[in-house]
Design a protein around this ligand. Sequence first.
Ligand SMILES: C[S@@+](CC[C@H](N)C(=O)[O-])C[C@H]1O[C@@H](n2cnc3c(N)ncnc32)[C@H](O)[C@@H]1O
Length: 229
Amino acid sequence: MADIFDNYRDEFRARVLGGRPRSILEVGSGDGAFLKTVQGEVGRLAGLEPSGEAVDALRAEGFEAVQGSAERLPFADGEFDVVVFSFTPHHIGDWNAALSEAMRVARNGVEILDVWYDDTVADQRTAHEFDRWLKAIDRRTGMVHFDTLSPAELLAPVIGRRDVTYDYVCRRIGSSQNMDETLEVARTYLSKVDNDAELSRAFDQIITAAHRDGMTDEGCIQMTIEKGS
Ligand SMILES: C[S@@+](CC[C@H](N)C(=O)[O-])C[C@H]1O[C@@H](n2cnc3c(N)ncnc32)[C@H](O)[C@@H]1O
C-alpha cells in the first residue's frame, strides 16, 4: 500500500488545481513537499517560510521563496489566486492572524491540508493521545507545535463572514501504526526530557490503551475557504 500521505497529497493537489488557479502562494512551505506536487501547473508559484535555511534550499531548486511568517505576509491584497497551508496550521501561534492574512492576500480563497484524527473511533483516540504527548515534549524543548485544529477551530476566524463560503472533507485511510516504530520514537522523545517520570507514566497509559484498542495512522482534513465576489 502506498504511503497514506501520498494519497492525501494527491487528493489535495487535485482539490487545489480544480479551481484552475494561475498563481499559488504556500505559507509554511518547508522543504517544498507541497510545492513540488504543483510545480509547472501555474504561472506563479511561491513559498513563504520562516526558516532561512529552507528558503535558501528552495531557491537553489529554482522556486520563488520568501522568508517570513504566516501572521504577517509581505504581499499585496489579492496578489495570489490561492493561498495554501499544507500541514502547517498546527505549527502557527496565531491562526486567527494567519488565516486573516491569507484571505487578504488571496484573490479567490484559501486551501488547507492538515492532520485530523477521528476521535469517535477508539484506535484513533489512542493515536491522537500519542500525538498530543509528542507535541507536549516538542513544546517543552522549544518548538511551536500544537494539537491538531478541528474544523471549527480552522474556520473560527471566518465564521459569521457573509462574503465567505467553505467546503471540507475529513479523510481517513485506516492502517495500523507500527508499534515497534512507535516505541522507538517514544524512547527518543523521553530521552529529550531526561525520562521525565510524569511523561513516562502518561506514555505507559497510552501504550496500555493501544494494546487494548489499537492505534492507527492519522487522517487528514482538506478544506477550501472561498471569498465571495
Ligand atoms: C510540517 S511542516 C510542512 C511543510 C510543507 N508545507 C509540507 O507540506 O510538507 C510545517 C512548516 O511550517 C513552518 N512554520 C512554522 N511556523 C510558521 C509560521 N508562523 N508561519 C509560516 N510557516 C511556519 C515550519 O517552518 C515548517 O516548514
